[in-house]
Write a new protein. Structure first.
Length: 423
């Protein structure tokens, strides 16, 4: 079969690597892709739904796999379903209504409360009732959690230690559009204290396959300090996600989510990411994502030993329960190499050296491109994801950091404490 994957980051690099291993794939296209993904498939640049659709018709594409959230929130699944020439192409990714689980924090919180899914108490505010928002803040205890309702590239969540800061940031988000239109609404949430983890499923809307869990590290600084980023590294499996804890997640969160979608008549096919927090042994949902996480995918997909395309093929007929996933018992760890200055302003076009010396690691390109001399250069904040497998977390991390010693680019930055809290 012919497959088109949308995306260009570390997550899509990990997905592409697994798709390329499938015996079911004839032609594999990636848009736009990156230099590292050229080893998995043919990278082409497609702009907009119409161009993507025309390419699928021209190349007889059988399946569209959507990596990032933005096309899903914008309705690419609906675009394909409503076009007679495209409607028979299987789209791995939910429709526009279902994608609101990530596209709108207010929608997702309302969904969770309606279906008795454990989550923090909250209220949603706009510029019209900002005074009420400040009054609601006074009913909470520090730290205060403010979330932009819409998509903000993983940076729309603020955790603030004083009510004065919280009130100021609330005004900045609602009145000054700190996160653009994403903060036209702001969700103020009760702070939950605990340790976070990420759980993923692939679902056909009725059945689901549980993928390996992971833990990611969002803060730029060591010891989980500084600004939020898209993710500085990840670990899989997660030691505290034992059988008892995972059963609570399945019963109280995953099953209720799938049942809730069915009750509301929302057809969902694709990945669901559950951003969770372990509060004294009880799992609570912090957020949903309607795609795989990044950099969690780099660790999670490194542990999947079965053919992921076989699972994708069972989605259309809602027979995903027939898929037998094979998970490597080894630990996978990922460390992100970032541009200096990230997540704030940073320079691009820095030559990356030493990638050819990474013989004991999987190198996922995340923010790279080629210059006129065919050199690999930086093009994003998060540049390279270094992933390694080991018998335990420490062994895998040692491999990562040994690999990183051979890679360099100007002002390269990475956290040196990924996974230390789990060892």
């Amino acid at each position: 079969m012919n497959i088109l994957l949308l995306g260009s980051g570390g997550r899509e690099s990990a997905i592409a690597r697994l798709i390329a291993k499938s015996h079911k794939v004839n032609n594999f296209f990636i848009s736009p892709g990156n230099p590292g993904m050229k080893t998995y498939g043919e990278c082409i640049s497609l702009d907009g739904f119409e161009q993507i659709g025309n390419f699928c018709i021209e190349k007889n594409v059988d399946m569209l796999v959507v990596g990032p959230e933005q096309p899903l929130v914008d309705g690419i699944s609906d675009y394909f379903a409503s076009n007679n020439s495209l409607k028979n192409i299987v789209v791995i990714g939910p429709n526009k209504i279902a994608a609101q689980l990530e596209g709108s924090k207010d929608f997702s919180k309302e969904f969770m409360f309606k279906h008795n899914i454990p989550t923090a108490k909250y209220r949603t505010f706009t510029s019209k009732n900002i005074t009420e928002g400040k009054e609601f803040l006074k009913t909470l205890s520090a730290p205060y959690v403010l979330k932009a309702d819409g998509l903000a590239a993983g940076k729309g969540v603020l955790i603030l230690n004083s009510i004065e800061e919280a009130e100021k940031e609330l005004e900045d988000m609602l009145n000054n559009q700190k996160f653009g239109s994403a903060s036209n609404k702001v969700v103020i949430e009760e702070y939950l204290s605990g340790i976070e983890c990420s759980v993923f499923v692939l679902t056909d809307g009725k059945n689901y396959v549980l993928l390996p869990e992971a833990k990611d590290y969002k803060r730029i600084g060591e010891g989980d300090t500084g600004l939020n980023t898209g993710g500085m590294g990840s670990i899989s499996p997660v030691p505290f996600c034992d059988e008892v804890f995972m059963q609570k997640i399945k019963t109280n969160i995953i099953d209720r989510t799938i049942d809730g979608l069915q009750k509301e008549g929302i057809h969902y096919q694709g990945f669901i990411f559950f951003g969770l927090i372990n509060v004294n042994g009880e799992p609570y949902v912090i957020e949903y994502n309607v795609r795989m996480g990044d950099p969690e995918t780099e660790s999670v997909f490194a542990r999947i030993d079965s053919d992921i395309v076989e699972a994708f093929c069972l989605i259309e007929s809602q027979k995903l329960n027939e898929y037998k996933i094979k998970i490597n018992p080894m630990s996978a760890t990922t460390v992100m190499l970032c541009s200096g200055g990230y997540p704030e302003s940073y320079e691009k076009n820095k030559i990356i050296q030493g990638l050819d010396k990474a013989t004991d690691a999987i190198i996922y390109h995340a923010g790279t491109k080629e210059n006129d001399r065919n050199e690999i250069i930086t093009s994003g904040g998060r540049v390279i994801a270094v992933t390694c497998l080991g018998d335990n977390i420490k062994q895998a991390l040692d491999k990562c950091y040994n690999t990183i010693r051979n890679i360099s680019f100007d002002k390269m930055y990475y956290r040196k404490d990924i996974g230390n809290d789990l060892i």
